[in-house]
Design a binder for this molecule. Structure first.
Ligand code: ADP
Ligand code: SF4
Ligand code: MG
Length: 318
């Protein structure tokens, strides 16, 4: 369904130079699977997801040993070919529906256009399908809502429209980048539930900085730090017994209601700038478990009790 091998995303930097913001990410997914990508702001989560849809902004570029999206070689796809792929093979739910939806078109006409682009339906049939989908994503009075503009809807309803637009052509892969960050806590839970319900037979990539969100609807989690995955594994294992000190740090920094209240401990310092090309572990300046070797030698992902961790001195498994 999705195969990503050694993906790099870069931007030009200075004269003839480039800086990599995604520095060699690999993963694969099958239908029905949900993967969360978590990490602090700036770690490269959005650039990773945009690269899967050919949407990395100019003048940036991507490189990969392999990038297969629903059986298509995404590296070879040109500007003219992507519109046929986006929405049909892979679709995206953006964080902010106001920027993801066309403000001067009614939600009905946006949905009808999306259907007609990928399916050979008449306008009447496309309209019928659009109204059915508006209803399926839990928007009341779908016929009346067909004619409204995005700004006339609440944030929660707009995000439901975004989900409708993402799933309307039954894509094999759905990427949701912080889909609930802009919403109230009570609405967040409803939108996550809807997302989970709507993409049961696709592969879902959920980008989030919220570990609770990751745990609630995903099977697997990839923890991203400074452009690389540093720990990847089943959500229940990684979030209950993290082995990478960064994962442990993220967990210690968020409130958890499933165990006794511990004081929250923020991770000290901040991530390195993308153009920092030290040879050691990028987390070393902030790591409570750092050893001498860490500042000179960068650890690669290696299997530790069945899941990959990039660390010389992992958190003990007790
Ligand atoms: N258009 C751009 N030009 C140069 N650097 C960019 C651009 N967009 C994003 N970046 C950089 O890429 C890095 C990763 O960004 P992003 O993928 O948005 O992180 P995240 O989604 O994890 O918060 C950041 O350091 C950011 O500053
Ligand atoms: S390799 Fe060293 S510095 Fe990096 S996370 Fe592990 S212990 Fe910390
Ligand atoms: Mg982002």
């Amino acid at each position: 369904m999705l195969e990503v091998e050694n993906l790099r995303v870069w931007f030009p930097h200075g004269r003839g130079d480039r800086v990599e913001v995604v520095k060699g990410v690999s993963f694969s997914m099958t239908r029905g699977e949900a993967l969360a990508i978590v990490g602090e702001s700036g770690s490269g989560k959005t650039m990773t997801s945009l690269s899967l849809l050919g949407l990395v902004p100019k003048p940036g570029g991507i490189e990969a040993e392999r990038l297969m999206v629903d059986g298509l070689d995404a590296i070879g796809l040109g500007k003219k070919e992507w519109p046929a792929v986006r929405g049909k093979n892979i679709a995206m739910v953006f964080q902010d529906a106001l920027s993801g939806l066309n403000p001067v078109r009614t939600i009905g006409s946006t949905l009808v256009e999306a259907i007609k682009r990928h399916q050979g339906l008449s306008t009447a049939d496309a309209k019928k399908a659009a109204i059915e989908t508006i209803e399926a994503v839990g928007i009341p009075e779908p016929e009346a809502r067909f004619g409204v503009y995005p700004h006339q809807l609440s944030g929660g309803l707009r995000q439901r429209v975004m989900i409708a637009l993402a799933i309307i052509n039954r894509p094999s892969i759905v990427v949701a980048d912080e889909p609930t960050t802009a919403l109230d806590a009570t609405i967040q839970a409803q939108i996550l539930e809807l997302l989970q319900e709507m993409v049961t037979d696709a592969a879902l990539i959920l980008i989030t900085h919220d570990l609770g969100v990751a745990a609630s609807i995903c099977d697997r989690v990839a923890v991203m730090y400074a452009g690389r995955f540093v720990e990847v594994g089943p959500v229940d294992v990684v979030l209950s017994r993290p082995r990478h000190p960064y994962t442990a740090g993220l967990l210690a920094a968020v409130p958890r209601f499933d165990r006794e209240r511990k004081p929250l401990v923020p991770i000290p310092g901040s991530p390195p700038a993308p153009d920092d090309v030290g040879t050691g572990c990028p987390f070393e300046p902030r790591c409570p478990r750092a050893m001498e070797r860490c500042s000179v030698d960068r650890p690669l992902l290696e299997s530790l009790d069945g899941h990959p961790v990039a660390c010389w001195n992992p958190v003990p498994n007790d």
